[in-house]
Design a protein around this ligand. Structure first.
Ligand SMILES: Nc1nc2c(ncn2[C@@H]2O[C@H](COP(=O)(O)OP(=O)(O)OP(=O)(O)O)[C@@H](O)[C@H]2O)c(=O)[nH]1
Ligand SMILES: [Mg+2]
Length: 460
């Protein structure tokens, strides 16, 4: 599968709206027979052949024997001005699962094929409507869990990342052409190659790539969400804190130590960042096998979490169990939360250096705003970097390819410094270009393309 492949000729069909009941349900067709398929079933004042592209027409959808299925609106988006670049038809039915199934069956019986997940977007890619980074942005946009995440995905869909990458590759391509000219015509009157000027240009590209690379942490946080783990000994108020941050009584809270026995996970958006908030079983030495497993899970999650909220009871001196929990918390990723500040507080006896310390009373709701601010500050402070014009790198696949390209550039610069022959320099430049091209899909292997599109939902 690549851009030079012949266009897929069969016409595909899939529901474009999610299953279940709703106001409207849309069935979408794409391919050379899309309009003909609509013509077999649509009965209205205007026949499909006379429909203006991108206009909605009212009519009925009928089976071959004339029995009506639904009253619908139909639209034809003729090639090449459609999502896939092929003729696309959308039939807007009433949103009932039986209606959609009947509509789908009708088109399948007439010779359409059920689309694979992501096949519409895959065709858009193959027809050059989108590059691969933009196609991936479609999935990211649909899956975005916060406004900021959606904005980043939309920027990528609109080609911000692609333009930046294009700038890198056109610079590298120019350098490559220059080298190749000196390889092919060494005795020509091209003059000697200004090696230093070549190095400077390559270094500038390398630096801009590094800027883009630095945006990955914040990009990943937007794309995948960050995990925030609530850790501490039993009864310090971890579940109470989870509930307070969520604004709902999600986890059970009692005065009995050992109330939470498993991890409880909930999604939350804070300062535009999608968070996974995880409450854990209180850390202690216990003989109860269920609780032991809960503590084991808490320990495991503490090492993987992006941020740990280590909760202690500020009205109590630290216990052996507190110290067990403190030992589990990675100091550079931990905020110490001194809860129960409504009670007389004890002097701080915690010895480890954490990111910050916040006193709260979950019971009275005091200090929670400070805690939220500290959480946001941690993520924004660490990930403030945005490359030029707000482009962020959100996909691991993109990071790996960009990293590969930077390594090839490093080798190029080293070879340049060592005065290696032009052939060696050109080899590294070609490598840097090839790896970079994987992001936008110019050089992406077929199996990776298949993998990327198979992650999409049906009908997209
Ligand atoms: N005074 C006071 N009590 C609190 C505060 N926050 C929680 N508590 C009480 O502390 C007790 C334990 O609260 P939980 O939220 O269940 O504590 P936990 O850390 O989840 O406990 P385990 O699940 O057993 O590990 C409950 O009785 C809460 O009402 C607070 O800010 N002030
Ligand atoms: Mg609990």
């Amino acid at each position: 599968m690549n851009r030079n492949a012949p266009p897929a000729s069969d016409t595909i069909v899939a529901p474009a709206t999610p299953p279940g009941e709703g106001g409207v349900g849309i069935v979408r067709l794409s391919g050379s027979r899309a309009e003909a398929l609509l013509a077999t079933a649509f009965r209205g004042r205007i026949v499909p052949a006379a429909m203006v592209s991108h206009h909605l027409y009212h009519g009925r959808l009928c089976r071959g024997d004339g029995t009506p299925i639904d009253e619908v609106l139909a639209v034809i988006m003729r090639a090449p001005h459609s999502y896939t670049g092929e003729d696309v038809v959308e039939v807007h039915c009433h949103g009932g699962s039986q209606l959609l199934r009947s509509t789908l069956d009708l088109f399948l019986a007439e010779g359409a094929r059920l689309a694979n997940p992501g096949e519409f977007t895959q065709r858009a890619f193959l027809n050059g409507r989108l590059d691969l980074a933009q196609a991936e942005a479609v999935a990211a946009l649909i899956g975005a869990r916060s406004e900021q995440a959606a904005r980043a995905a939309l920027g990528q869909l609109e080609g911000h990342l692609s333009r930046q990458l294009h700038h890198f590759s056109s610079e590298l391509r120019e350098l490559l052409l220059l080298l190749e000219a000196h390889i092919d015509f060494p005795d020509d009157d091209l003059g000697a190659l200004d090696r230093q000027a070549v190095s400077r240009r390559a270094e500038a590209v390398r630096a801009a790539m590094a800027d883009l690379m630095r945006t990955f942490d914040s990009g990943r946080a937007l794309r995948e969400g960050v995990s925030v783990l609530i850790l501490g000994r039993p009864n310090v108020g971890k579940s109470s804190l989870l509930n307070a941050l969520l604004g709902e009584a999600r986890a059970i809270v009692t005065e009995i130590p050992g109330t939470t026995r498993d991890t409880v996970e909930e999604h939350l958006v804070l300062g535009g960042l999608p968070l996974r908030l995880i409450d854990t079983a209180g850390v202690r030495d216990t003989t109860d096998p269920i609780e032991q497993e809960g503590v084991r899970r808490a320990r495991e999650k503490a090492s993987a979490a992006d941020l740990v909220l280590l909760v202690v009871d500020g009205s109590h001196s630290l216990t052996v169990e507190d110290h067990l929990a403190i030992a589990l918390a990675p100091p550079e990723r931990t905020i110490l939360v001194r809860n129960k500040s409504d009670l007389p507080s004890l002097a701080d006896t915690c010895c480890r250096q954490f990111l910050s310390q916040v006193a709260v009373s979950v019971r009275q709701g005091t200090g929670l705003a400070d805690l939220q601010a500290a959480i946001i500050a941690h993520f924004h402070g660490a990930n403030k970097s945005e490359a030029a014009d707000g482009v962020v790198l959100t996909e691991r696949r993109h990071r790996d390819a960009l990293g590969g390209s930077m390594l090839a550039l490093d080798r190029f610069l080293a070879a340049q410094l060592a005065g290696d022959p032009y052939e060696c320099l050109a080899f590294e430049l070609r490598e840097a270009l090839a790896v970079l091209g994987q992001i936008t899909g110019e050089t992406t292997p077929d199996d990776i393309l298949e993998q990327i599109f198979s992650r999409f939902c049906i009908g997209k």
